[in-house]
Write a protein that binds this ligand. Structure first.
Ligand code: BDR
Ligand code: CA
Length: 317
């Protein structure tokens, strides 16, 4: 039986890999996609999403465009320096794409979830603006979904936009706070694990020797890997980030440690703004149950998922 997923992306480079994995994996039923501002502006995120779906032969997946900036307004900060001016590693791809659905992302999410009550995993891998907007429109959503598996936050690892904050949460901390507060099952795939699952030059070569999707992904990763070489690791590599949240929802990830704990988002506007404060004080007692906690924080996973993802995408014709 396949797992129903709605993937919400701010489609830059690692998002593109997540889309390919979700669209191609036989155990995943990608019933819809939504787009959000973040890595790039939302028109570009939408264009890139439609393009990547076309590349993997999944033009059947409905895509709805979402928020252009944070839930409460204010400055929208993008990450073109990480993902390229086109959000696709300056690959120069300008293939035409179909139009997005004529409804806003938040409504698309609600409609799809209500069509399959109890079955759908929401997988947001950009700022949480669309998910918070859907929650505000339909407060019953937490009872209607299977869960929310998000790429965002960090419990013990350093942040990537501030010393303590991860980009997706920091971009719209108020939206993230609303999502973490809502009473649904959450899996937090944060920097604790997503900076440890790395795409190597060898993976990239396997993709480049594969089908059209693999070749495209290898091309767009070049710039992204250069960013990680120069700003994080000192050697060429790509952090997989978003695909980890998809795999966690689908159950295709070998999870070694993921305590279910209380997580709160700092919205103070101070130096901790955007931090996901996870209560890991039970670490020395094997993480005893925390009444009311509903967020599984991924702290250790098997990095073999990188090979699985690369093989699946490289093999796509
Ligand atoms: C997250 O921020 C974005 O740049 C990536 O696509 C990923 O979702 C990593 O912090
Ligand atoms: Ca993303």
């Amino acid at each position: 039986m396949s797992v129903k997923v709605i993937l919400d992306c701010d489609t830059g480079v690692d998002d593109s890999m997540a889309i390919m994995y979700a669209a191609l994996h036989p155990g995943i039923d990608l019933i819809g996609m939504t787009t959000v501002w973040g890595n790039v502006d939302v028109p570009l995120a939408t264009r890139n999403t439609l393009r990547v779906l076309d590349l993997v032969g999944r033009s059947d997946v409905p895509v709805a465009r979402g928020a252009a900036g944070p839930l409460l307004g204010g400055h929208a900060d993008f990450a073109y320096h990480v993902h390229g001016r086109d959000g696709q590693g300056n690959a120069g791809d300008d293939a035409p794409v179909r139009a997005a659905e004529p409804i806003p992302a938040a409504q698309h999410i609600i409609d799809l979830v209500r069509a399959h009550p109890g079955e759908v995993w929401l997988v947001p891998v950009g700022p949480l603006t669309n998910i918070a907007a859907a929650l505000a429109l339909d407060p019953e959503l937490p009872e209607l979904v299977a869960g929310v598996s998000l790429m965002g936050g960090t419990a013990l690892a350093p942040g990537n936009v501030t010393p303590v904050a991860e980009a997706n949460v920091w971009h719209d901390a108020e939206a993230a706070a609303a999502v973490f507060r809502a009473p649904w099952r959450i899996i937090m795939a944060g920097l604790d694990v997503t900076m440890r699952v790395l795409i190597t030059p060898e993976h990239s070569a396997r993709l480049a020797a594969g089908g059209p999707a693999g070749r495209y992904l290898a091309r767009i990763m070049e710039h992204y890997g250069d960013f990680y070489r120069d700003n994080a690791f000192g050697f060429w590599t790509c952090a997989m980030h978003d695909t980890i949240a998809v795999a966690a929802a689908a159950g295709t990830l070998d999870v070694r440690l993921a305590p279910v704990v209380h997580v709160e988002v700092d919205t103070s506007g101070g130096p901790g703004h955007g931090q996901t404060i996870a209560d890991l004080r039970g670490a020395y007692r094997g993480y005893p149950e925390q009444p009311g906690a509903h967020c599984a924080v991924l702290l250790d996973i098997d990095d073999g998922i990188a090979d699985d993802v690369v093989d699946l995408i490289a093999a796509a014709e």
